[in-house]
Ligand binder design. Structure first.
Ligand code: NIG
Ligand code: FE
Length: 418
């Protein structure tokens, strides 16, 4: 009796398994553990064997087979993980961008009615269905690039009801999209324009009312805060984060974007990750290297703001675990193309192709505490992406120009994507 179904797909010129990729420090090609000219099998959404076609036929002789022959040179790699985005929002911030190109700074523009508060107004006034539709559209764009897991933050509601509304919409998107979504509560993005009271009053409301509600409804297991002169101070943040931690939330932090202080708090609270780090200096880098906190660099924010990149080379050389994410948001990172942003940064920062790959697979999964994906090995999720080339380096060499030929999430192929 052939009860089980297995899908055999191949042949691939290269399967980049990522099996020997270290969690920290520099990455070389041998860490990618590349298997040449092989087929792959999966069953019930989980990866099975990698090998020659005949071997797999034999191995799966008890299965009903679904054979998927690829007729062009292709490279297979794990689906990418974008571990930091803000893609649930209403409106846009084209005025901000235009003003920046005219020479104004991010912080100046915020003071003139742009910035995060602009998106808060637009998000609050957008209907649920508009927010959901635009979120789904952005997810579809990311899916086409090869991203199979996406972290999505709230953070443009900035009151209890609107933050809950955002998180529910993010959940709904997760339910209807093939892409996996990891929701994060970023109600502590900044104190919104209409809140009467100081930062501590605002954070108290979040920890007394919002976080318990999120727990009850199981809307997110992660809490984020923006530590910055214009948002929350390290001291205010520490207190909020300790409370969130005591409630069982995992922590992540927007830190060291314009000024330092955030990474120190991240290490103090043992956060999963601290993201941005454009302003981090040697002291911060050394501190992160000694910690368990993942350093997440966001080249899309540097490209959107016209500011220097985070010191990824130094972070790696000091032994940090460094992930790369898009930070796609309407303000600082409007491009939202992970591969393009990462490829351009790597040319400036001297990041090797294996290091970029680790940053958008294994290390991004680690930032999100996901242990079931990001490596092509038996029993992991069959979240996979193939590219029409015979050399994986071409994907990064062309800096985002080459689109995937196929994408599978949990073993299910996304619709024709080109
Ligand atoms: O990651 N730095 C804070 N938050 C976002 C920007 C959000 C916005 O400008 O809307 C970021 O860059
Ligand atoms: Fe961000």
């Amino acid at each position: 009796m052939k009860n089980n179904i297995a899908t055999l797909t191949g042949p691939f010129t290269q399967i980049i398994t990522m099996q020997n990729t270290p969690l920290r420090g520099p990455v070389a090609e041998h860490h990618l553990h590349i298997v040449n000219n092989a087929w792959i099998a999966w069953s019930e959404g989980r990866i099975g064997q990698i090998g020659q076609y005949k071997e797999l036929l034999e191995y799966y002789s008890d299965y009903t087979l679904n054979i998927n022959e690829i007729n062009q040179s292709s490279v297979l790699m794990p689906g990418w993980i974008d571990c930091h985005t803000h893609i649930c929002y209403g409106g846009h911030r084209m005025e901000d961008y235009s003003k920046r190109l005219e020479g104004k700074t991010y912080l100046q523009i915020a003071k003139e009615g742009g910035g995060i508060n602009r998106s808060v107004r637009d998000t609050r006034s957008a209907t649920d269905s508009i927010l959901l539709e635009s979120l789904m559209r952005r997810l579809a764009e990311m899916g086409q690039e090869g991203v199979t897991t996406v972290e999505v933050k709230s953070g443009y509601g900035l009151n209890v009801e609107d933050e809950i509304r955002m998180l529910r919409i993010i959940h709904e998107a997760d339910r209807i999209s093939k892409i996996n979504i990891i929701p994060t509560c970023l109600a502590a993005h900044m104190k919104p324009f209409d809140f009467q009271g100081n930062n501590s009053n605002y954070l108290n409301i979040l920890s007394n009312e919002l976080l318990p509600w999120i727990k009850r409804e199981n809307l997110s297991s992660r809490v984020d805060i923006f530590i910055e002169d214009t948002a929350f101070s390290p001291r205010e943040s520490l207190e909020y984060l300790m409370r969130a931690k005591a409630m069982g939330f995992d922590l992540t932090i927007h830190g060291d974007q314009f000024t330092t202080g955030g990474s120190q708090v991240a290490v103090q609270v043992n956060a999963n990750s601290v993201d941005h780090l454009e302003a981090s200096g040697d002291e911060e880098i050394q501190m992160l290297a000694k910690s368990n906190t993942v350093a997440v660099v966001l080249p899309g924010a540097s490209l959107g703001l016209g500011m220097p990149f985070a010191p990824m080379r130094k972070l790696l050389d000091q032994g940090c675990c460094v992930a790369i994410a898009s930070d796609w948001n309407p303000g600082s990172a409007p491009m939202g193309h992970l591969l393009t942003a990462a490829s351009i940064m790597s040319a400036y920062e001297k990041i090797s192709i294996p290091e970029i790959m680790a940053g958008i697979t294994v290390r991004a999964a680690h930032a999100l505490k996901l242990k079931d994906r990001a490596i092509i090995e038996k029993d992991r999720r069959a979240d996979l992406v193939s590219f029409p080339t015979n050399d994986y380096r071409e994907i990064f060499y062309r800096q985002g120009r080459i689109n995937p030929s196929s994408i599978w999430i949990g073993g299910i192929q996304l619709e024709k994507i080109n």
